[in-house]
Design a protein. Sequence first.
Lengths: 348, 348
Amino acid sequence: MTAEGVPAGELMAADIAEQPRLWRALLARRAEFATVAAKVAAHPPRFVLLAARGTSDHAALYAKYLVEILLGLPAGLVSPSTMTAYATQPHMRDVLLLVVSQSGHSPDLVRTVETGRRGGALTIAVTNTADSPLARAAQLHLDVGAGTERAVAATKSYTAQLLALYLLVDHIRGRTGAAADRVPDLGEALLAKADLAPLATRYRFAQRMVLTGRGYAYPTAREAGLKLMETSYISAQAFSGADLLHGPLAMLDAQIPVLAIVPSGVAGAAMEQVLPRIRTAGADLFVVGSQEAVAQADAGFVLPPGAPEELSPLLEILPFQLLAIHLALIRGENPDAPRSIRKITDTM
Amino acid sequence: MTAEGVPAGELMAADIAEQPRLWRALLARRAEFATVAAKVAAHPPRFVLLAARGTSDHAALYAKYLVEILLGLPAGLVSPSTMTAYATQPHMRDVLLLVVSQSGHSPDLVRTVETGRRGGALTIAVTNTADSPLARAAQLHLDVGAGTERAVAATKSYTAQLLALYLLVDHIRGRTGAAADRVPDLGEALLAKADLAPLATRYRFAQRMVLTGRGYAYPTAREAGLKLMETSYISAQAFSGADLLHGPLAMLDAQIPVLAIVPSGVAGAAMEQVLPRIRTAGADLFVVGSQEAVAQADAGFVLPPGAPEELSPLLEILPFQLLAIHLALIRGENPDAPRSIRKITDTM
């Protein structure tokens, strides 16, 4: 029980539980995405830049995969300091600049949008706060509609960002996001059966962890790591499966559990080269993913089948969000209010 | 003493010691960079993409800052899996694709170059192996000339990549890289006086670390973290100073030392918002950087003044390379030959 009389973890649990309902609400607003996509089509971009911080940066990374794979366009994640601290004015003609932020508040992202506009980019703010400086600074705005997030660690705003970015990209390529229609039901089924408390016991005394995934599942690894850092203060490092083999693999031993995201499809198949190396290093392997992948791990969480691979990240992150709560609680922490950080972070 | 009769750490120490001499040799070959830059000027790029893995990916990240700040062009780091596992063919007209690799061998990077060429990009391979599949696949090639690296962990090939990428970008903007002429002397002075053994004693029992920097110094934080992971098996996490505040800060306490890169100039000034938050979290703070920044930390290493900020990364990484050796040795490991990994890593 915290000072406010709310049992520790209840705010975050409530945020998490809301997600399938919020996805449905977002899908019902797809006309807004069609409108924005039509404006993008009037200035077809040749290059897509994304800018974000923290959890939103993982949604931006997901969008980078969508842009590269579904639109076939080159894309990049902006280093905001180049436009803020270094005050450069890049040439941005034919660039679509997507800026993703829960609060819509951080001065460095507002400055990035302003710089992008001056340089000739078409700018879209994707925020959870319609009346925010970022939403006002960009030419176009999409509200992810996750409502007030009561826990400090972002959960429902993250998956709402993922779905909003998917709907935007799918509309830009002339579709309607219909592939997402089943995902809220799958999310509800997943949450109804998920019991992550035993897994929290398994990792109760772990100080270090490695998370890994490839392709669309790599942003999940990054975001899962951040949740575990924020709520349970674990040194949770995320690597793409390929990057893990280029050096960090040396660090692995039986004391560092590896949590891998291995869904059905291309992202999971691309991990086939990686998982045996993790096992050879002696690490304990937990898999969130397909039945087949989980069967080959020390422990795992099976995702409900039926989501197309590009929408699997909405489901993959759910068990990690729940694990973050249980792990924080069993370690004596309050996941709703991590030390040292606040809900809105302003960086320059 | 290892099986080969070479005292542990001597190979890596020899690689490290060679660096200033190799930088001089590279500077003497600047005509090659002028030639390649002239070919780039014949097809002026509007976007720059970079692809790399492991240590080379940190050199690519450095180049991304160079491109954004010195050329004012939008840039992005390619996710190779989009072209390999997902087999997309992006539109690459007006794109300059720089692929950086020590060995020039990894199949995913060769495939990335081939895909880039088919898509209309101008491709440049930056490798340490002139006769390599990557060098042959790209239209243009630059040899960083670091010679055979005998330790598994990359050191001299990294700073040679940094300098080669700097020379390329500086020539593309119509200059000759003259600002780099003093850097070999500065590197020699630094290595002559550097004694990192006491610092290894300080961190002997640390299992977790955080490295941080902003702007041009952020790639240094990433590469320093990788060296410590590879040779000393520490969970060394690197964050840009701004990203650290968006969540991971919660993880910090007195048990997690923070190693910050705070050079003179913009990158150092941009850390002013970050360092007090690290101190408030109770973390032990070590600084590599300017005299003023080191004076405010618990411990530090002062960089010799005189390098322009964009070349400071060549110097910043040197104390971390040395720390990686000493720390591995005091922990009973052989930094020349980390467990589980090989010199050449092929990823698909």
